[in-house]
Design a protein around this ligand. Structure first.
Ligand SMILES: *[C@@H]1O[C@H](CO)[C@@H](O)[C@H](O)[C@H]1NC(C)=O
Ligand SMILES: *[C@@H]1O[C@H](CO)[C@@H](O)[C@H](O)[C@H]1NC(C)=O
Ligand SMILES: *[C@@H]1O[C@H](CO)[C@@H](O)[C@H](O)[C@H]1NC(C)=O
Ligand SMILES: *[C@@H]1O[C@H](CO)[C@@H](O)[C@H](O)[C@H]1NC(C)=O
Length: 526
């Protein structure tokens, strides 16, 4: 592997060259057992620039991606193939397929054409399992003469036996719901408008039924309240720029009714946008999706040379009751990374700190990860002796991640007990971009509730995946997630962990385990 390849994350999808943003047309091919991911792509530019096409990558394991080039390109040079989705029309409702295509691969893409100042919904279909597409002869299938009408996401609604599309009227702040019997004729059903964080634009909506689990992890069967409507907003997200919000409610095939007035963010980091779910999954009931790991505030300036931006890992979603405070609980969306490690090798036995290791102000603990190639997984559980938390100064436990012990470039993250907040400082990485771009927020935080409490002690838990220039964190078994990108001046892999506390006696490590991983066959890493 050439040194410059160090700038590509290993298990996060990137294009080999050029620009990437929203994931599009995610679907799982049940015949060839393959994950398909399309994405907003221009292979000839590392900034967003027309013509935007659908790039395409496939994966057997959702970890190692194989780039397949362009799948859908604009018919005329000044337009763009904007975001959209894919369905498998196994029943031939569109009447576009003949016997030559396996029912499991009758793929129809529904996407937005951006041309002549108007955004219209188009369909294209594939007879070869999603590698090449043919535009439907009578496009567009939905045109309301609007210049900000985009990002159709289509699902099959079993209960009413129809296709359902959600699509954003971005600048009216409406998610329009349409239905169809054949993917060609669409009927307006209702609009979900001006709700939640409005930001300055709605984009990339999705509506999906998510398994609701009881306290024992068993699926609750007779519930209606388990539809999730997600919307991406940009700009104007609470953390600045782009974010994905969601609502939980009921959907009868016509109207989405949220169960309460609450809006929640799907990920508290600053690099999580345009989340979309897969059509079809290996176990049909699973709900799995991925997002673009960047932010429009700074994405065009991030310091990578061959390509720009990556997608998150696949995330599996479920709903479950969460105790928010001792006096209040509610249904929450949980996420977990799909992290099948069969395609990876452990470069060394996992390294850990002894349980209950005391952390002292002038006596840090170190872990030397000398084999690391930039892909690390960690689990970290720490306890806080609540009655000892000083109420004035910084009372924190900090983890420094560096390429080597003596390096002055580092990522620091940890927990401040007085405010009960996780913090990340991604500002000490030496890169000019990091130091000068005022919108690449250096210090970020996420307020945490304890994973559990026990006799005046609170325990917190996080699962992390660190892949060269992206860090995905899943707190308290996925009750909260946070995704952050970071950019070192030199793309040297992280090989040194140093942990320290600002005070005596307050913090203990319950568990800290790092695993250094690499891809088994390193020839293909995109
Ligand atoms: C799909 O529908 C069209 C139009 O009715 C028909 O010509 C075609 O044979 C159908 N395909 C299959 C596989 O039945
Ligand atoms: C589309 O909208 C524009 C501007 O609102 C209007 O001038 C034009 O007549 C409309 N075209 C059609 C076909 O309705
Ligand atoms: C800690 O708590 C005290 C009292 O509530 C407050 O005045 C102080 O600003 C807090 N410090 C931090 C770092 O949160
Ligand atoms: C960011 O966090 C660091 C500690 O990691 C602190 O020293 C610095 O003052 C913070 N900067 C800002 C702008 O808050």
């Amino acid at each position: 592997m050439g040194l410059q390849d160090l700038e590509h994350p290993l298990v996060h999808l990137t294009p080999p060259h050029g620009w990437l943003n929203d994931p599009n047309g995610l679907w799982y091919d049940a015949k060839d057992e393959l994950w398909h991911c399309y994405f907003q792509h221009n292979p000839d530019s590392t900034v967003w620039k027309q013509p935007i096409c659908w790039g395409h990558s496939v994966s057997k394991d959702a970890i190692i991606w194989d780039y397949k080039g362009l799948a859908i390109v604009p018919p005329d040079s000044d337009g763009g193939v904007f975001s959209g989705s894919v369905v498998v029309d196994n029943r031939n409702t569109s009447e576009l397929f003949d016997e030559s295509t396996d029912p499991r691969q009758r793929v129809v893409a529904i996407w937005t054409q951006d041309a002549d100042g108007i955004q219209r919904q188009m369909i294209s279909y594939s007879m070869d399992g999603g590698y090449s597409f043919k535009d439907y002869a009578h496009n567009p299938v939905l045109d309301i003469n609007n210049s900000n009408f985009r990002d159709p996401k289509v699902i099959w609604h079993k209960e009413t036996g129809r296709w359902i599309m959600v699509v954003a009227l971005s600048q009216k702040f409406e998610i329009s719901i349409y239905s169809s019997k054949d993917l060609i004729h669409w009927q307006y059903e209702s609009g979900f408008a001006v709700r939640g964080f409005k930001g300055l634009q709605y984009e990339c909506p999705g509506l999906i039924k998510v398994p609701l689990l009881d306290a024992n992890g068993q699926e609750v069967k007779d519930t209606k309240d388990n539809w999730v409507l997600y919307i991406s907003i940009n700009p104007g997200a609470p953390q600045g720029g782009s974010a994905t919000e969601y609502f939980i409610g009921e959907f009868d095939g016509k109207v989405f009714q949220p169960r309460d007035n609450q809006v929640r963010l799907m990920d508290l980091g600053k690099d999580f946008y345009a989340f979309q779910t897969f059509y079809n999954t290996p176990n049909d009931k699973d709900v799995i999706g991925m997002a673009w790991a960047s932010n429009w505030q700074y994405t065009n300036q991030t310091p990578t040379s061959q390509y720009r931006s990556c997608l998150t890992m696949l995330r599996k979603l479920h709903l479950q009751k969460l105790q928010i405070t001792p006096e209040y609980s509610e249904i929450n969306l949980f996420s977990a990374p799909l992290w099948d490690q069969d395609s990876l090798v452990n470069l060394a036995p996992p390294k850990s700190l002894t349980p209950d290791a005391p952390l002292l102000p002038n006596h840090g603990l170190n872990i030397n990860l000398d084999q690391g190639e930039g892909l690390l997984e960690f689990t970290w559980e720490w306890s806080v002796q609540d009655k000892l938390v000083p109420k004035a100064d910084f009372c924190g436990i900090t983890m420094f991640l560096k390429d080597q012990e003596t390096s002055n470039q580092f990522l620091s993250l940890g927990f401040e007990a007085n405010s009960s907040a996780f913090f990340l400082d991604r500002g000490n990485t030496g890169s000019h971009f990091t130091e000068t771009n005022p919108l690449f927020t250096r210090n970020l935080s996420a307020d945490l509730t304890p994973y559990r409490t026990f006799q005046g002690t609170s325990i917190y838990k996080v699962h992390g995946i660190l892949d060269r220039n992206i860090l995905e964190l899943y707190f308290n078994d996925g009750a909260l997630a946070a995704t952050y990108t970071f950019f070192y001046l030199e793309n040297r892999p992280i090989r040194w962990v140093h942990m320290e506390s600002s005070v005596n006696d307050v913090f203990k490590i319950k568990e800290l385990r790092f695993t250094e991983l690499a891809i088994k066959s390193p020839s293909k890493t995109y």
